[in-house]
Structure formats: C-alpha cells, structure tokens
Design a protein around this ligand. Structure first.
Ligand code: COI
Length: 353
C-alpha cells in the first residue's frame, strides 16, 4: 500500500457538536484502480476530488456499487470495526452481479484498516457516535458503448456520524412502485437501486409519509424492505422479517438483530410478511411494532402505516416495552465495547501507522 499522508489535517476546523450526516469527510481516502484485468496497488492519499470526464461509464450506465459500515471508539479510545467481513463478502456479491471485478480481501481489509487507523482521531467519542465508512466500486472507462467497463476504481471514504434520535415516522406501504424485481439487482448494493427509490419516496413525502415500505413487484402483497433498510414487524411477542432473496438486501444490521433477538429468547420468524396479515394484526391490536434497520440510522421506528389512502396508527411503546429499542441498545453496546461480544463481531483496529 502506498501511503501519502496529508500535511494539513482538517480536524481542527471540524465542529464535533454540529454536523450533518455524510457531509464532512476525514483527511484521507483509499483508492485502487483496476486495469488490464488486475487490481493495482492501493493508495492512501489526502481526501479530495478525482479527475473524471462525463464519458465515464460508471455515471452513464450506473455500473457502481457501495457498502456502508462503521467504526466505533470506546471509552479508552480504542477503535473497533463491526463485522467487516460481511461487508467484504457483500461488496463482492454486488460486484459480481454488476459484472465488475471482485476485490481481493487484502485490498478491501488492508485499505479499510489503514484508513481507519490513520484517521482514527476522526472517530468521534461519545454516546451514539461513529465513523461512517463508505467503500465503493465504480466503472471508470471513458467510453459510451453500453457494455462492461474495462477500468474500475475501488475507493474508501469516511465521514463522522452521530446517531440522532428521530421521532417515529409514518411510512407508506407501496401498492405500485417497487424497489426490486425478481432476477434484478435488489440484493446487490447497486447505486441505481437508491436512485430508483428517490422518486417514489418523493411522492410518498408529498402524501405525508417519511419512507416507503417496499412490497414485491409481482403482487405488492408482501413486505420486502423499508426506505433504505430491512424491515421488522412485531406481532404480539414474535418478530417477523422477510427472508433474503435476489430482491432483498442481506443487511448486516438485519442479521445482527435476528441473532440478538434469538439470543434474548425472542421468537423470530423469517418468512413472507404479508401486508394483509400486518393490517389484520393492526386491527385486532396484536401488531405492536414495525421498524427498519440499517447501518446508517441503526433503527427507524414507525408511528403509522399508510395503505391505499388509509392511515393506520401504531402503538406508542415505552423504551422498556419496545423490542426495537431493546435490540438497538444491545447492538450499539456491542459495537462500542460497552458489552460482552458473545458473537465475535467486534474487531479492534490496531495502531500501526
Ligand atoms: C445503510 O443504512 O446502511 C444505508 O445503506 C443507508 C445509506 C444509503 C445512507
């Protein structure tokens, strides 16, 4: 790895109290280029713009995918990654589906550890804070023929984050738009999946909803995801979540919630989650909670479900009674080294640079 550190850190000018998610970047980034059939040597360099032209294939045809992950600082200042192997596996799954070259583990993990090590002072201290890390791969060939690019770039950038408490939000169950289709790219973290979700979400916002609960493209009878997250439903004391498929992202937070819930003795059913069953449970009072989970916000709790012009309120549970709140706390406590880690999810970032 070639290392070229900045001579002027921006950290002194960073307001640790007031910042907006994903808008401030750390001093460095890692880049690695793929050309002539091989990945080159990764480079750590000062964060900044890169020279590309509008003919770059990645922005014309959307051959691009990304990951979202976080680093955490504990009270003694040690820095940890959370299940980074899951993100490594998934970026390669996404790359394969989008006909992009898979990354060697040494480039992904080496780049990640070096960036987080060198920019460790950017990992915020304090309750519910973290460093959000964005690894991405995109096509860089300058060519307009619609085919697989021959050149790619892998990059890792990082941005300080704090988990903000948000009031529960109303969400709309989609009866028309879909996030993914059978045989499509829903299970890949493809950049275009996010672009495709913006317009339906804008329409839902105009109707007073914050996010969409995405339903299957064929019948719109089954829950798939919510917003940019996986979705969980609690009926009585059982948690339901859709099983992963080629339409549903295999979320790291989703998998962690499932394992934590089972560990706490909560029954988890991974199966079809039918819109009709959820609405019937809302009517008979057995629907207790619906929430989304993802790396960025960890948990987004829903206050109401909109469906075909009707709005159905969800119960307001206290923090003690909410499975979503309880599981989020258990997860964050493991991530930030406040609790035992029986699953071996936490990995310390050694100080090497
Ligand atoms: C995540 O929560 O992991 C996401 O993918 C959200 C990101 C698009 C900001």
């Amino acid at each position: 790895m070639i290392i070229n550190k900045t001579t002027a850190s921006k950290l002194v000018n960073f307001d640790t109290e007031n910042f907006v998610f994903g808008t401030t970047f750390t001093d460095h980034m890692v880049i690695c280029e793929f050309e002539d059939g091989v990945w080159g040597e990764p480079r750590l360099m000062p964060y900044g713009p890169l020279p590309f032209t509008p003919a770059m294939m990645g922005i014309n045809y959307g051959q691009a995918c990304f990951e979202g992950m976080k680093a955490y600082k504990d009270e003694s200042g040690d820095v940890f990654l959370f299940r980074p192997n899951k993100n490594f596996e998934r970026i390669n799954k996404s790359a394969k589906r989008l006909a992009m070259p898979e990354l060697p583990e040494a480039i992904f993990m080496g780049g990640l550890r070096t960036l987080v090590d060198i920019d460790r002072d950017w990992v915020p201290h304090g309750e519910d804070t973290s460093l959000y890390i964005r690894p991405l791969i995109f096509a860089t060939e300058e060519a307009l023929k619609a085919r697989i690019s021959t050149k790619f770039m892998f990059a890792i950038i990082a941005s300080p984050a704090k988990s903000y408490y948000t009031e529960p939000v109303a969400v709309k169950i989609s009866d028309y738009y879909s996030r993914a289709a059978s045989g499509g790219v829903g299970s890949a973290k493809a950049a275009g999946n996010y672009a495709a979700s913006f317009y339906p979400t804008l329409l839902a916002k105009e109707e007073g909803y914050e996010q969409i609960i995405w339903t299957d493209d064929a019948t719109h009878e089954n829950f798939e995801e919510s917003g940019t997250m996986n979705v969980f439903v609690r009926i009585n004391d059982t948690i339901y979540t859709p099983k992963t498929s080629d339409k549903i992202l295999d979320g790291v937070t989703r998998d962690s919630f499932i394992q934590l819930a089972k560990h706490q003795g909560i029954e988890v059913v991974i199966s079809d989650v039918k819109v009709a069953d959820v609405l019937a449970a809302q009517k008979d009072g057995s629907l207790k909670e619906v929430w989304g989970v993802g790396t960025a916000v960890v948990t987004s709790i829903f206050s109401a479900l909109g469906y075909k012009g009707e709005k159905f309120e969800l119960p307001k549970l206290s923090d003690e009674d909410s499975f979503a709140v309880r599981l989020k706390k258990a997860l964050v406590d493991i991530q930030t080294n406040k609790a035992e880690d029986p699953f071996g999810w936490r990995t310390r970032v050694e100080k090497l640079n």
